[in-house]
Write a protein that binds this ligand. Structure first.
Ligand SMILES: Cc1ncc(COP(=O)(O)O)c(C=O)c1O
Length: 413
């Protein structure tokens, strides 16, 4: 749609924050109505959450899938399944959502940050290797924006050190590496169904694994560790209620059927934008690892020379003026710059679990992460959506190229 306002002539793009950019239609309405009519809204008795779980497991070709309350809960389940000792270390990325980090602290473990490749903002085997130590229990990789980490050497590294690999695929539904879907390559994969993801239940998450013993712990962790259906059930260990309700499960099962088409469209549209941006001075389209296939939760561009690092804000402003609500520098600052890490704001005044950490594990200084600084400084995250059409992509391309030229001209004058 194109509007003519006195201030600006701009196109209104579909947004994942409302109906314009969400595929929530007759199928979801029918499913949620059926759930309501059944009168069974808890997954312990209903069938919809189970339908979502089995459908997702089948789509990914994985043995077990469990739905839960959020992507944050999914990461928490993965960690709890591994059952770290307090003070054990989890090597992970500082360019991620806090929902991928808070569960580490809740589980009494220490997030140890690895630097990123500035071109992808993903952690790499080399940066992870620098941070592995005697207390490392697991590695969590985030496939940022749907762009898979270069997993081949990361998997070898995890095996060499005998540590578990968790894949955070909150942003990476149906992305793949070496012919396998991400989430199925490490020991556990975690997904988010929050409002703005490829498919949504408003809030929600899914955990997948091929490992029977881990699957059992994941299931129990979602369910207060209560042995439902067992002859002598008990609360086997400390665990919350992270269940997804049948209302969300019904919507999720309907959304799942739309996922392959949504991802295919996101890819096709991203290829169009890649082609338009290739060769434009000052702009670098997403860099994808050789064996990886991106699933474009967002379209993240890097602003390059001759643009300086502040140009990312100027370009973002020009795009926003044209209705393209992009995010310069994504999360603005790496996670370890947030109060929870800088001031150890966790449980009362205890500073727990940081109090258990090896001093080397707690390096929360920006200068120790040159890739993070460089990667974020030049990153511009463009909203992406399978409800876009070709004209939307053309509008984004023209706006981006025009903004970069304007800023270059301003810098030159
Ligand atoms: C990479 C990543 N991990 C974890 C999460 C947490 O998911 P949720 O918001 O569903 O708790 C998100 C959410 O945005 C995310 O992007």
């Amino acid at each position: 749609m194109v509007t003519n306002s006195p201030a600006a002539r701009h196109r209104i793009l579909p947004s994942d924050q409302d109906a314009s950019g969400r595929r929530l239609g007759a199928e979801e309405i029918a499913a949620v109505t059926a759930a309501l009519r059944s009168g069974v809204l808890t997954s312990t008795k209903g069938t919809f959450v189970r339908r979502l779980e089995s459908g997702f497991a089948q789509m990914l070709g994985v043995k077990h899938a469990y739905a839960c309350a959020s992507g944050t809960a999914a990461i928490h389940c993965a960690l709890a399944a591994l059952d770290p000792e307090p003070g054990d270390e989890i090597v992970t990325s500082p360019i991620t959502d806090m929902g991928a980090l808070a569960p580490i602290l809740y589980q009494g473990a220490i997030p140890v940050f690895a630097d990123v490749d500035p071109l992808t903002c993903n952690i790499t085997a080399a940066t992870i290797a620098e941070r592995i130590g005697p207390r490392t229990k697991a590695i969590i990789v985030t496939h940022l924006f749907g762009n898979p980490c270069d997993l081949h050497e990361i998997v070898s590294l995890a095996k060499k050190h005998g540590v578990a690999l968790i894949e955070d695929c909150a942003q990476a539904f149906l992305a793949s590496y070496d012919g396998s879907f991400v989430g199925t390559i490490g020991r556990i994969g975690c997904f988010s169904l929050q409002q703005g993801k490829h498919i949504t239940t408003g809030e929600g998450g899914i955990v997948v694994t091929n490992d029977d013993a881990l699957a059992r712990r994941i299931y129990l962790f979602i369910n207060k560790a209560w042995g439902y259906g067992e002859p002598h059930p008990d609360h086997y260990f400390l665990a919350p209620n992270y269940r997804m309700s049948e209302l969300c499960g019904s919507v999720g099962a309907a959304q799942l059927a739309k996922l392959p088409t949504a991802v295919a469209r996101r890819r096709m549209l991203a290829e169009l934008l890649d082609a338009k941006l290739r060769g434009i001075e000052g702009l670098m389209p997403p860099v994808v690892a050789g064996r990886a296939v991106h699933s474009y939760w967002k379209y993240a561009v890097r602003l390059t020379e001759p643009l300086d690092v502040d140009a990312v804000f100027d370009v973002a402003k020009l795009l926003r003026d044209r209705g393209i609500i992009c995010a310069p520098r994504y999360i603005q600052k790496p996670a370890f710059m947030c109060d929870v890490f800088q001031d150890r704001k966790t449980f009362g005044t205890s500073g727990y679990p940081f109090t258990l950490a090896r001093p080397q594990a707690l390096d929360y200084r920006l200068e120790a992460y040159p890739g993070v600084r460089d990667g974020l400084e030049r990153l511009l995250v463009v909203p992406w959506n399978d409800c876009y059409d070709e004209a939307d992509v053309e509008y984004i391309a023209d706006s981006l190229i025009d903004a970069v030229w304007q800023v270059q001209e301003r810098l030159a004058s």
